[in-house]
Design a protein around this ligand. Structure first.
Ligand code: ATP
Ligand code: MG
Length: 198
């Protein structure tokens, strides 16, 4: 198979999207020469059942606000419109179909998410359909990944950014600053809509 184009998918809860997500996607895009990266907010993350997750429309809009300044970034509503649990395998199949045979699909994850891949729905097929990119901080080794998966995965060290959505939610709840952890428009959106206050 000769691929003519490379495109990336970055799935996540994005509650909220932050500079860790954005820097990772941009570094992966640049390094692998991706023509575009699509952020896919998960409507009903199967691994976050029982946890409180913000309305998908808020998470979608924050992703749009965060990505407007990057011409290579898009946000997709595919998981929001699809009923049932949001499985990455369904999303990858959807984009494979949309983009066609000639496009090599890169699925971008953080090393923490990637190390859980054996618990995802149908990891074998997922790894056949796309190239996985596991992004880690310099010095961080990919632990707990079975060898059979490791072969199909590209790893990349991304500039150290210890930002997480959980940390941002806690900070908002405690009334602490989140300036420079998320784009300004996302920060304003969080306050305007009183997210993460309780
Ligand atoms: P939470 O703290 O609620 O779990 P999160 O910050 O991990 O949120 P998610 O939406 O769960 O964000 O993550 C989406 C994807 O982004 C996952 O693949 C995750 O590994 C990756 N990711 C999250 N934070 C970072 C970061 N700081 N650097 C690189 N990748 C990240
Ligand atoms: Mg996470």
């Amino acid at each position: 198979m000769i691929f003519t184009l490379k495109k990336g998918i970055m799935g996540g809860t994005f509650d909220p999207i932050h500079y860790g997500h954005l820097v990772t996607a941009e570094e992966v895009r640049d390094y692998f020469g991706l023509a575009e990266v699509v952020f896919v907010p998960s409507a009903r993350p199967p691994h976050k059942i029982g946890q409180k997750v913000s309305d998908p429309e808020h998470r979608y809009l924050m992703a749009v606000l965060a990505t407007v300044t990057n011409p290579y970034f898009q946000v997709s509503r595919v998981e929001i419109e699809r009923p049932g649990p949001s499985y990455s395998i369904d999303t990858v199949r959807y984009f494979k179909d949309l983009w066609g045979e000639g496009t090599e699909v890169f699925f971008i994850t953080g090393a923490d998410a990637f190390s859980q891949i054996s618990s995802w729905n149908n990891p074998e097929e997922l790894l056949k359909l796309c190239t996985f990119v596991a992004a880690s901080r310099p010095g961080y080794r990919l632990l707990g990944v079975e060898n059979k998966y490791q072969e199909r995965v590209r790893t990349i060290e991304v500039s150290a950014l210890a930002i997480s959505s959980s940390e941002i939610r806690w900070r908002v709840k405690r009334g602490e600053s989140i300036k420079y952890l998320v784009p300004e428009a996302v920060e304003n959106y969080i306050y305007k809509n009183e997210l993460y206050r309780n």
